[in-house]
Design a protein around this ligand. Structure first.
Ligand SMILES: [Zn+2]
Length: 478
């Protein structure tokens, strides 16, 4: 790799400017201050963006024409079911292939596996499994329970998932548990807590739900609002993140207390009343058309800060059981971004809002040098053409479970996906070769770092790009 060093004489310091030639220059268009403009990305051998400018010299050129280069999405909520008993419908390999094809370059995997992620040993074992199979990057959460060894797990870089109500894996604290001592310990580590917010005391246990609308009545919207409210007095010093929000009231309560908030495509785009069977059974449930539309309104204005899939596949045979016995959850990591890109194409959503929710804010939340296209960031990006409107068909997707709740809807899938400058999707086909890394919060290179109370917002490149040539295009401000 040609790298020229020259001493910095200007300031008389010992630092050395290393001028690195881009290995590859990608020419296309990028989002810049809310506009789409032509630009070129110079990417180093190691997969960092060295420069973004109208013209970048050096290296191999990849001309992407009029196509749009967008940062890879980061999905803060997946269940890749690894480890799980034999016969499971997913593992880290199949899950990360779907992520790659759907434009997701990093995932946060949930701890309700079998066995669950409840100790440092389990976290390490899961990390080994991830490293052995992953095609995109990932971080692992640990389950937060009263017996959880919070300090040890946080020191390993893990964030936490708090289940306030029973769902797949049964990791919820018994109702009435005093969470204050546990949450005070987490607050001292600085690790974030992703909250599954449903208050089981408000579930209508006597209600026999036979369809998604009944499920929504059984686990009503006010149980979500109550769960958020119950955590507010305990939240001092905590970094809280509301998972899969379904109501604007819960969003506003959480935002008012400084939490971040994610919403899923299913809660943004689907309604309980439109569907009859257990493929649309999820926790928390799909809501009414009015609640869904209000949530999408909050997403459009950025009040919902992030997008996440809650990818939670089950075999179709499981979902075809009678509604009350069928498990909750649906696949979604491959369709999350395409569904929302279609909303951009149709004019229902601003592109900067989507990029902020899908890439930039999750990267800031995790403290990772990615999520926007600027010098110093990892070159994790998608090639998108808004003319590529596709009807979503389960048979064209890559989920081993073989079904999607979004059958027949339209999506825009990325043509190509690059992770650290290496191509993992080409013409909509997966071409990766075990590119994924196990990451920790505040980290870009796969090593564990001590927990930090706030994410680093502007990681620096290890070398300064040459400042003397064409002016750099700053990162989009979205
Ligand atoms: Zn989930």
């Amino acid at each position: 790799m040609p790298a020229r060093s020259r001493g910095s004489k200007l300031h008389g310091r010992q630092n050395v400017h290393v001028e690195v030639e881009p290995r590859t220059v990608f020419a296309g268009r990028i989002l810049y201050r809310g506009r789409i403009i032509p630009a070129e990305l110079g990417v180093s051998e190691e997969g960092r963006i060295l420069k973004v400018a109208p013209s970048v010299r050096g290296g191999r050129r990849v001309d992407l024409g009029e196509a749009l280069l967008l940062p890879s999405a980061i999905d803060l909520h997946v269940h890749f079911r690894d480890p799980s008993p034999p016969g499971s419908v997913e593992d880290f390999q199949s899950g990360t292939v779907q992520a790659a094809l759907g434009g997701v370059g990093a995932v946060v995997d949930m701890p309700n596996t079998d066995p669950p992620t409840t100790s440092v040993e389990r976290l390490e074992e899961k990390g080994d499994r991830f490293r052995a199979k992953a095609e995109v990057d990932g971080l692992l959460l640990a389950a937060l329970r009263t017996e959880t060894r919070v300090e040890e797990l946080a020191a390993q870089g893990a964030g936490f998932k708090l289940y306030m109500a029973p769902t797949t894996g049964d990791l919820a604290a018994p109702p009435g548990t005093d969470l204050r001592p546990l949450l005070e310990r987490v607050a001292r580590t600085g690790a974030p807590v992703h909250v599954h917010a449903e208050d089981p005391r408000l579930f209508q246990e006597g209600l026999y739900a036979v369809d998604p609308e009944g499920w929504a009545a059984k686990r009503p919207a006010r149980s979500e609002i109550s769960a958020v409210r119950s955590l507010l007095p305990l939240a001092e010093g905590l970094r809280l993140h509301l998972a899969h929000a379904t109501t604007v009231e819960a969003v506003e309560l959480a935002r008012g207390a400084g939490w971040s908030v994610e919403a899923t495509p299913q809660h943004l785009l689907l309604a309980a009343t439109a569907h009859q069977d257990a493929r649309w059974k999820v926790n928390p449930p799909l809501r009414s058309v009015a609640e869904r539309d209000a949530l999408f309104g909050s997403f459009k204005t950025g009040r919902v800060t992030m997008l996440a899939s809650d990818h939670a596949p089950h075999a179709l045979s499981e979902k075809e059981r009678p509604f009350p016995e069928a498990p909750s959850g649906m696949p979604g990591v491959e369709t999350m971004l395409p569904l929302l890109l279609e909303k951009v194409r149709s004019g229902d959503l601003a592109l900067p809002t989507l990029v902020a929710a899908a890439a930039r804010r999750p990267a800031l939340f995790l403290g990772l040098p990615r999520g926007h296209l600027a010098a110093g960031m990892e070159a994790n990006f998608l090639v998108v053409d808004f003319r590529d409107k596709t009807r979503i068909r389960a048979r064209d997707l890559h989920a081993p479970c073989g079904w999607t709740a979004f059958e027949g809807r339209e999506g825009i899938f990325p043509r190509a996906h690059y992770l650290r400058g290496r191509q993992i999707v080409e013409d909509g086909e997966f071409v990766g070769d075990h590119t994924g890394l196990l990451l920790s919060r505040g980290d870009g290179a796969g090593a564990s770092l001590p927990a930090a109370p706030t994410p680093r917002t502007a990681p620096r490149p290890s070398s300064s790009p040459n400042p003397s040539s064409a002016p750099s295009v700053p990162s989009p401000s979205a």
